[in-house]
Design a protein around this ligand. Structure first.
Ligand SMILES: [Ca+2]
Ligand SMILES: [Ca+2]
Ligand SMILES: [Ca+2]
Length: 149
């Protein structure tokens, strides 16, 4: 009986492993945040995988960012989470890469509502980069809010 149970447990764990191997790269959904409904100027994209892959959050405004960073152009105090069908996603602590556009840079925060540690202003450029390459891998899977300027 013990052996049979062990076999079932092994079979189940192998099945789970196989399911993980063939699961889509990301169970998250992509979102676009606009300062107004007509906003079309891309300012920032953040991704849930390395090298600008997976699902993304996009941020758009009606203008490019202003040249100065003290006047913040756009911000997000919390990231989305939820359920869609059988997928559960949570963007909190999930950003791995980013690109910024139209004169924008970004500042990341460890906690929601711009709390705890912050990165300072980072220029990812339109080609983008991994967060770990710009500010160190301590910032992988930790970002919970951001500002764009
Ligand atoms: Ca930039
Ligand atoms: Ca966090
Ligand atoms: Ca600005």
């Amino acid at each position: 009986m013990r052996i049979a149970r062990a076999c079932v447990a092994v079979a189940m764990s192998m099945g789970l492993f196989a399911a993980m191997q063939f699961a889509p790269a990301s169970a998250r959904e992509s979102f676009t945040y606009k300062t107004t409904s007509s906003a079309s100027v891309l300012r920032l994209r953040v991704w849930d995988q390395w090298n600008l892959t997976g699902a993304y959050l996009a941020f758009k405004g009606t203008t490019s960012c202003t040249a100065t960073t003290y006047d913040v152009d756009q911000a997000k105090a919390t990231f989305p989470s939820g359920v869609s069908g059988t997928d559960h996603w949570d963007w909190n602590d999930s950003i791995w890469s980013a690109s910024d556009h139209n004169a924008c840079d970004v500042k990341f925060y460890e906690d929601t509502n711009y709390q705890a540690s912050e990165t300072g202003w980072v220029n990812f450029g339109t080609a983008g980069a991994n967060v770990s390459d710009k500010v160190g891998n301590a910032w992988d899977n930790i970002i919970s809010s951001l500002r764009i300027s």
